[in-house]
Design a protein around this ligand. Structure first.
Ligand code: HEM
Length: 424
């Protein structure tokens, strides 16, 4: 992958992705506060109101916030197709999603039907805008890279996740009967369809480019994401609609697990063969993410064999271990890159030389990123332990809070440096 081939001149204003990136640690810190306050009650059952609230603070508040911001940035840069009127779209989408997530979380935590109705309206319209603008950009994409297919499928999976989520939320209002048979489908499409497909599609280009590794094998890039999508469809038809025999749905689930494991192994393999040997905190975040993803598959397989799935442990491994680590690591590449790129563009527009634009590696100090990585890894270990011994939930929450505050501080530092250099 040649960075020079990226369509940099089409990049949206820096405020577009940054407002989403800076909101994410706030939701992450709120999740940590709930863990501290509610302690063991937050990690005893999948269905506890506070557990559902924490789950959505992390999946929607942290992960979706970063991913929505990143997709708006990556569409022009990676697939050469900008979001139309990016500034306005982000100004509309950001408050709709932020308020929607806050209402959903409060509603799930037992805040009442008014909040749930508010969440349905706000999140429904926020995601509608996101899916519409992303789909229109992908349809116009000039690049034929496998990333385009992966992104398109992940957006489709997000649409299914959100539709199921809104339907489940309606069940909480009492307007329709509670449809718990769709909860596993909702999380399957959210985790595998939206999160894994999007991260895989982005990884195909970003890992070789930023971590100076060889490309992923072509057959993997061609078949993995469409294969996972089709298998998810088969699994869903069997799982909740009994439209395919049970045995086929089980085989589909096994193949999905195999595909996910393959992605983790392929990522580790390309990283092992990387050309630059300098220490890189993003690489450590990605190693942690891939180890967690492999652990999800193995824990799931063992749980299935013993007929005792450890749901909470799987959730912690997937959300905090895999998805948050990968996204956190990616933020440490994307944000310094954006600051550097926009400062560069501003100086070129003003006809100035590039002297004075800070080195990309200095925009967020390496020790600050590395310490936040250590705290986040510590939070993951304690959360995994807390999924088995709930008494550890509050200490785990404390570490997660520290990690989220630190991440926010590091990202704000990059923004402050951007403003300072611009003024100078
Ligand atoms: C508009 C967006 C969304 C809405 C309205 C929503 C709503 C809901 C609701 C109402 C439930 C509770 C279901 C029940 O009690 O049986 C639920 C469960 C769940 N949702 Fe969402 N959700 C949304 C997006 C997402 C996304 C994007 C993800 C993940 C990427 C996600 C992950 C989960 C998980 C993991 C559970 C189950 C928790 C458990 O079983 O422990 N949700 N969602």
């Amino acid at each position: 992958m040649n960075p020079a081939a990226l369509s940099l001149e089409q990049a949206p204003p820096i405020s577009v992705p940054l407002r989403f990136f800076l909101t994410a640690p706030v939701f992450g810190a709120t999740a940590a506060l709930l863990l501290i306050i509610f302690g063991g009650d937050a990690l005893t059952s999948r269905w506890a109101p506070v557990t559902l609230a924490v789950t959505h603070l992390l999946t929607l508040g942290f992960l979706a916030m970063v991913m929505v911001g990143a997709v708006q940035q990556l569409l022009p840069v990676l697939v050469g197709s900008p979001v139309p009127r990016a500034k306005w779209v982000s100004r509309i989408m950001h408050p709709l999603l932020t308020l929607g997530i806050a209402s959903l979380v409060a509603g799930l935590a037992g805040g009442g039907t008014g909040l749930m109705y508010g969440a349905i309206a706000l999140l429904g319209s926020g995601f509608l805008v996101f899916v519409a603008v992303t789909a229109s950009s992908l349809l116009r994409a000039r690049s034929g890279h496998f990333t385009v297919t992966a992104m398109a499928l992940s957006i489709l999976a997000l649409t299914i996740t959100v539709a199921l989520g809104l339907y489940l939320a309606l069940g909480y209002t009492g307007a329709i009967p509670m449809a718990r048979q769709y909860t596993d489908l909702h999380l399957g499409w959210g985790f595998i369809g939206w999160v894994v497909l999007l991260l895989a599609g982005v990884a195909y280009q970003v890992v070789p480019m930023f971590q100076i590794t060889p490309d992923y094998p072509r057959p993997l890039m061609r078949f993995l994401t469409p294969g996972l999508f089709v298998l998810l469809g088969v699994w869903s038809l069997g799982r909740a609609m009994a439209m395919v025999p049970d045995v086929i749905a089980t085989v589909a689930a096994g193949l999905i697990a195999g595909g996910v494991l393959l992605f983790a192994l392929a990522t580790v393999c390309v990283q092992v063969r990387r050309k630059r040997r300098l220490p890189d905190v993003t690489l450590d975040f990605w190693r942690l993410a891939m180890a967690s993803l492999a652990a999800v598959v193995l824990t799931w397989a063992v749980g299935l064999t013993l007929d005792k799935l450890p749901g909470l442990l799987l959730g912690v491994l997937f959300i905090v271990g895999f998805a948050m680590s990968a996204v956190n690591g990616m933020l440490y590449k994307i944000v310094p890159f954006l600051v550097w790129l926009h400062l560069n563009n501003q100086r070129q527009i003003a006809g100035l030389s590039l002297v004075g634009v800070p080195n990309m590696r200095k925009i967020i100090p390496e020790p600050a990123m590395r310490w936040q990585f250590r705290v986040q890894a510590g939070a993951l270990v304690l959360l995994m332990a807390a999924a088995v011994w709930p008494v550890l939930t509050s200490p785990a929450g404390l570490l997660l809070l520290l990690s989220m505050v630190w991440l926010g501080w590091n990202l704000l530092g990059a923004l402050r440096l951007y403003r300072r250099t611009l003024r100078a």
